[in-house]
Design a protein around this ligand. Structure first.
Ligand code: ADP
Ligand code: MG
Length: 405
């Protein structure tokens, strides 16, 4: 890798701000449902402990949009992390300010604290210099181990590089190395399976991904906008009205490049996204006006399975349906099982997608399970991720970039 990692710099006794992606799924009792993302950062944290750094962890959790949300405090994360590390991880109730500075200035070597949810501050997502500067006061250097957010130009991901040297953590290094190796020379045919939420964002990335793949299989929330673009009535499914033109452009581009885009033929629909709701399997041409799409249907599963079996390489981000409700999890589970059985390179990305694969015990059957969803897609599109771009280069000696003493 061209970027410096935590192993290339002197961390002994230094205050090290580690940007992690601890955006873990939690149930109503604030119990962490899947701690994969915490475990993934352990190598960097234990390395820093072993090298006597003062470790200041920071992360976002959910989307509190710049306000304190009691349900999104990071305290449960600190507790679980403390169990995994078998040493105290002190949760702080703020991420910046005199109180935090005081705690940090009293830290011992090898001590670990966790700042409060960064997205409780508007400055984080806005990459506000005032917020960034406050954050930068806490540390001597930044280690970015949050591959999952490296596609976002937020204060803790990009902004900090204006004030402090930034290097990659060991998880970040692993993700960049693995994904570069896999995507450098993909085996063909190469399929992308795309689903999940944040359809607008995904559709935008698809435009750039199309030239790199042979086949795109669409499910999840993204399918509704594509189906609507193709003239289907999608009932009360959420669509991205301002992305219709882009959908048309993507379809045209795919045709011109000989890339096949497949949409569901049938879907599971419901009036309410609840386990007790009445569900129907219908053709996409017959979606009732009062229903929404909740999963791909059995015919679609069969068709997608047939196509995937022809592929030598498959990248997958985003569940095919609302998999959290068992009634709508069939599509997602089926795709996971098909990929696990393929004699092909398989790369999975995204919190929810990885969660399903892990729950089914199939992680070991995939070539690589990435901690990033959007970041992974952006990597696939060939675009440089802003959070990776700002990391110090191995051969960097520019005086404009802050360097370590
Ligand atoms: P990942 O975390 O794997 O990157 P996303 O965050 O994009 O995936 O999306 C995950 C979410 O998408 C899940 O909570 C799931 O319920 C939701 N989802 C999947 N299909 C649909 C659908 N048809 N309608 C609404 N939400 C959906
Ligand atoms: Mg997600």
């Amino acid at each position: 890798m061209q970027k410096k990692t935590v192993m290339d710099v002197d961390v002994d006794g230094k205050r090290v701000l580690v940007r992690t992606d601890f955006n873990v799924p939690m149930d109503r009792n604030k119990k962490i449902k899947d701690d994969t993302r915490l475990r993934a950062c352990l190598p960097t944290i234990t390395y820093l402990i072993g090298h006597r750094a003062r470790i200041i962890l920071c992360s976002h959790l959910g989307r509190p949009h710049g306000r304190v949300d009691e349900n999104l405090r990071l305290e449960p994360v600190a507790r679980r992390l403390s169990e995994l590390l078998q040493r105290p991880v002190k949760p702080l109730r703020e991420a910046i300010g005199p109180g935090v500075e005081q705690v940090v200035s009293g830290m011992q070597e090898g001590e670990v604290v966790l700042l409060e949810n960064l997205r409780f501050y508007q400055g984080e997502e806005e990459n506000d210099p005032g917020f960034t500067q406050e954050l930068s006061k806490l540390a001597d250097l930044v280690v970015n181990d949050a591959f999952g957010v490296s596609h976002r130009a937020h204060a803790s991901v990009v902004g900090l590089a204006d004030y402090l040297p930034c290097v990659a953590g060991l998880l970040m290094e692993k993700e960049i190395d693995q994904l570069s190796r896999i995507l450098e020379n993909p085996a063909r045919p190469f399929a992308l399976v795309i689903g999940g939420a944040k359809a607008g964002e995904k559709i935008r990335l698809l435009e750039h991904i199309i030239p790199h793949v042979d086949l795109v299989l669409i499910g999840g929330g993204t399918a509704a906008t594509f189906l609507k673009g193709g003239g289907c009535n999608v009932g009360i499914s959420a669509v991205e009205p301002d992305k219709m033109e882009l959908v048309m452009r993507i379809m045209q581009k795919a045709r011109a490049l000989n890339v096949t885009i497949l949409l569901p033929e049938d879907v599971v629909v419901t009036e309410k996204l609840e386990a007790t709701a009445i569900t129907l399997v219908v053709s996409v041409k017959q979606i009732p006006a009062n229903c929404r799409i909740a999963d791909i249907g059995p015919l679609t599963i069969t068709e997608y399975t047939k196509e995937l079996k022809k592929c030598r390489m498959v990248a997958w981000n985003g569940p095919m349906g609302v998999f959290e409700v068992p009634e709508f999890s069939e599509g997602t589970k089926s795709i996971a099982m098909v990929l696990a059985g393929l004699n092909a390179t398989t790369v999975i990305g995204g919190g929810s997608t990885a969660e399903v694969v892990t729950q089914l015990g199939l992680s070991g059957k995939m070539t690589h399970v990435s901690t990033g969803g959007g970041a992974f897609l952006q990597f696939l599109s060939g675009k440089i991720l802003p959070g990776i771009a700002v990391l110090a280069d191995r051969n960097q000696s520019s005086s404009s970039i802050p360097t370590l003493m």
